[in-house]
Ligand binder design. Structure first.
Ligand code: HEC
Length: 135
């Protein structure tokens, strides 16, 4: 009977793990773009230059077409919906900010910080998305 508690502990962990895996959204975030408040593009412009606690977006992204460490975001609003099949422009941008390594823009490397989840509020994210989609 000594094996029983061990076995049940193993199956319990397996169950927990399975629950965790299916319970989480695919991107591991516990909120989605539909949970965001309405965004303010003017505030988004300020955050783009100086996001709280994070690396400034503008260090790596130009808005005038010039290539930087990251792609220029000139004309971004036009192409955002076409980047990843099945994602609309808001969904794509949401993931591009919070889970940058899920989809790497062709011709660039995986150097965008993946820490914005910790430093940006939901309002910040909404404002940034509104701003980027107006570009
Ligand atoms: C250290 C450099 C760096 C910083 C800082 C940075 N990014 Fe990026 N970003 C990148 C790189 C490199 C890519 C392309 C690779 C990828 O897809 O992850 C990228 C991709 C993106 C994309 C997808 C662009 C496209 O053409 O599809 C968006 C949107 C974006 N970043 C927004 C932001 C925002 C908003 C911030 C600030 C909150 C930010 N980035 C900060 C480097 C950076």
């Amino acid at each position: 009977m000594r094996a029983f508690p061990l076995l049940s502990r193993i199956s319990l962990s397996a169950l927990l793990l399975a629950g965790l895996l299916t319970g989480c959204a695919q991107n591991g975030l516990d909120f989605s773009v539909s949970d965001l408040p309405p965004g303010d593009p003017a505030r988004g412009a300020e955050l783009f230059a100086e996001p709280p606690g994070g690396a400034p977006c503008a260090h790596c992204h130009s808005l005038d077409g010039e290539r930087g460490v990251g792609p220029s975001l000139a004309g971004y609003g036009e192409r955002a919906a076409r980047e990843v099949g099945g994602q609309n422009a808001e969904e794509y941008t949401f993931e591009a900010i919070l889970r940058p390594s899920k989809h790497i823009v062709r011709g660039y490397s995986n150097t965008m910080p993946d820490s914005y989840e910790d430093t940006l509020t939901r309002q910040n994210i909404a404002d940034l998305i509104a701003y980027l989609l107006s570009q």
